[in-house]
Design a binder for this molecule. Structure first.
Ligand code: SF4
Length: 310
């Protein structure tokens, strides 16, 4: 036990698959250059949205955030597609799709505020959103305890992101084999596939799929993952945006989504100028009435008119 503790403190730092560093070759970089420019241009537009830095007070997304964020993810996917070909990664199964879901047992970390806000907005209308948030909170607390267990500084509350305590805590947590609450176990698909975090999008495991399961005896050393990170400038812009927004969201997805639920008091996160979303008593989002069904009010009115004419 004591030896394990000492090894955790002073032993070599184990990298989780998502932390491995991949350097794209020159051909890949060249192919991806226009998409890198598109990512930056879209991030600049998002950063310039009026009210983006006031969200803490307004509790609303700036008007036009959603289409711009979709544009950003589209550019990110195009960037990855352009890199994948020259790097021989077109067949790699990524987290969140069948064949790649073993990577969904390692919690996503390094999620920016705008990504977490978008995921919250997408997931909030789900009927089982309350259960998903409860699962996220439980896992976030467990992960936090695992990180704290390795903290050696005077103030255990303050651990350096990327430091040994966080690395080891993440590994301990992964070994417990909790699937991401956003994974649909029956389909082996990420429920927010189109909106999943960039950290999930960038991972391309090239070792056998079973090696990515944290219970595998060789994990994490036996996993080889090509991680297609965003260009450095884009990463810096995202970090600056996080700071400007001042929401102080955790970089851990399991914690940031519940944090947003707390900020919004569980309400749907609307854009400025959008009509408030109607909530039902059970906390779910009321769906708009389908006016094309036979019992809809507009048909009832028509029926009344017809009966009066007769
Ligand atoms: S967000 Fe989606 S892709 Fe990422 S770990 Fe969770 S289920 Fe997997």
């Amino acid at each position: 036990m004591a030896l394990e503790f000492l090894a955790a403190l002073f032993g070599p730092r184990l990298k989780l698959p998502a932390d491995q560093v991949t350097r794209p070759n020159a051909a890949a970089k060249k192919a991806a250059a226009p998409h890198a420019a598109a990512i930056q241009a879209t991030l600049d537009k998002i950063s310039g949205l009026p009210g983006i830095a006031d969200m803490k007070e307004t509790k609303r997304l700036p008007r036009g955030f959603t289409p711009l964020f979709k544009e950003l993810l589209h550019a990110v996917d195009a960037y990855h597609d352009a890199l994948r070909g020259p790097m021989g990664l077109t067949d790699a199964k990524r987290p969140g799709e069948p064949g790649g879901c073993n990577a969904c047992f390692t919690a996503p970390v390094g999620v920016s505020a705008i990504e977490a806000l978008n995921i919250y907005r997408v997931a909030r209308p789900w009927k089982d959103f309350g259960e998903v948030v409860r699962a996220l909170v439980e896992l976030a607390q467990e992960q936090y305890k695992d990180v704290q267990a390795g903290a050696t500084g005077k103030d255990a509350e303050k651990v350096r992101f990327g430091g040994k305590a966080v690395q080891n805590g993440r590994l301990t947590f992964a070994k417990k084999l909790h699937a991401c609450p956003l994974l649909d176990a029956s389909t082996q698909r990420c429920r927010v596939w189109n909106d999943r975090p960039i950290t999930c999008r960038m991972q391309h495991p090239i070792s056998p799929p079973e090696h990515s399961l944290p219970s595998h005896e060789g994990f994490p050393k036996s996993v080889r993952s090509k991680n297609l990170r965003l260009p450095v400038r884009a990463q810096v812009t995202l970090t600056q945006l996080d700071k400007r927004m001042g929401l102080e969201l955790s970089p851990f997805l399991y914690a940031s989504v519940p944090q947003i639920a707390q900020i919004t008091e569980g309400q749907q996160l609307a854009e400025a100028g959008e009509a408030p979303v109607r909530m039902q008593q059970d906390g779910s989002v009321a769906r708009p009435a389908n006016r094309n069904v036979a019992h809809a009010k507009k048909f009832q009115k028509d029926k009344k008119k017809k009966s009066r004419k007769k």
